[in-house]
Design a protein around this ligand. Structure first.
Ligand code: AMP
Length: 282
């Protein structure tokens, strides 16, 4: 595995692949890699000649009172996981490499898609995401890019941006990888206290119950959402940010259920904000 830190090195490392028509798969991450990230890397490994993984804790997607400085980092462990998964090229840029002094151009997906769900409490978050992902796309020029359904809104926003800007990159959404007890894997799970860690799977259980309700024939979105809210509210220390049932592509609210539906939640356990979701085919 080649490890690079600068844009010049990254482009040089990919030049041969691009000129000889090899396919390139990109997996953008913020590091502190776990089995969820590994599943994206594995899929990219299967589908491309060259696999690039970026590790960058992107400051522009964090709000002023969010966890940018506390975000967990472990470049050595990340490199070991990437090597084990057969990654060809690891990109670890320092902040100044992607945001040099005077940087002032941002990419904004407008409209309800970025205003709803996490966009309500994290203004500017998706602007930061769209900006860094478009920069990484321009730098790596991948054929395919891999994103987790864990961040369902991010996936929808990136798909929208890729369509709107004719980027010609195939966006591959990958299923959520969970701990044995159901908790969606996340780098932020390390913030949880022992008590909160024991409570956290209750969030996934509420989503699994919602899926069962729909499979059992319930078609009233409000009733299913209410059940999820009540179940999560019963967890000590849980403060619900949102529970929503939306179209996974547009993120528009659903009243009656048909086609594929996404039930998405954001919950604070103490100071840790967790997101999770489930897709159900109706
Ligand atoms: P992050 O490092 O948290 O920014 O995540 C990098 C990529 O990995 C994003 O596309 C995430 O959606 C994806 N990802 C994170 N956690 C999981 C998970 N538990 N299952 C599947 N994909 C995930």
């Amino acid at each position: 595995m080649q490890v690079v830190h600068t844009k010049v090195e990254l482009r040089a490392a990919l030049k041969e692949a691009h000129t000889t028509g090899k396919t390139v798969g990109l997996v953008p991450t913020m590091g502190y890699l776990h089995a969820g990230h590994a599943s994206l890397i594995r899929r990219a490994r299967r589908e491309n000649d060259v696999v690039v993984v970026s590790v960058f804790v992107n400051p522009t997607q964090f709000g002023p009172n969010e966890d940018l400085s506390a975000y967990p980092r472990d470049a050595e462990k990340d490199s070991a996981l990437m090597r084990a998964e057969g990654v060809d090229l690891a990109f670890f840029p320092p902040v100044e490499e992607l945001y040099p002094p005077g940087f002032t151009t941002y990419v904004q997906v407008e409209g309800p898609m970025t205003a709803t769900l996490c966009g309500r409490t994290r203004p500017g978050h998706f602007r930061g995401v769209a900006t860094i992902v478009s920069k990484l796309f321009h730098l790596a020029l991948p054929d395919r890019a891999y994103f987790g359904q864990k961040d369902a809104q991010q996936l929808a926003v990136i798909e929208q941006m890729t369509r709107d800007l004719d980027l010609g990159i195939q966006i591959v959404g990958c299923p959520i990888v969970r701990e044995a007890d159901g908790l969606a894997m996340s780098s932020r799970n390390v913030y949880l206290t022992e008590t909160q860690r024991a409570q956290a799977p209750g969030i996934a259980r509420a989503l699994f119950e919602a899926r069962e309700m729909i499979r059992d024939g319930r078609r009233d979105a409000a009733a299913v959402v209410e059940h999820v809210k009540k179940t999560i509210a019963a967890i000590d220390s849980a403060a619900i940010d949102y529970v929503s049932m939306v179209d996974p592509r547009t993120l528009g609210d659903l009243e009656t259920l048909s086609g594929e539906v996404l039930i998405a939640v954001a919950v604070k356990l103490g100071r840790t904000r967790l997101i999770d979701n489930i897709r159900v085919e109706v």
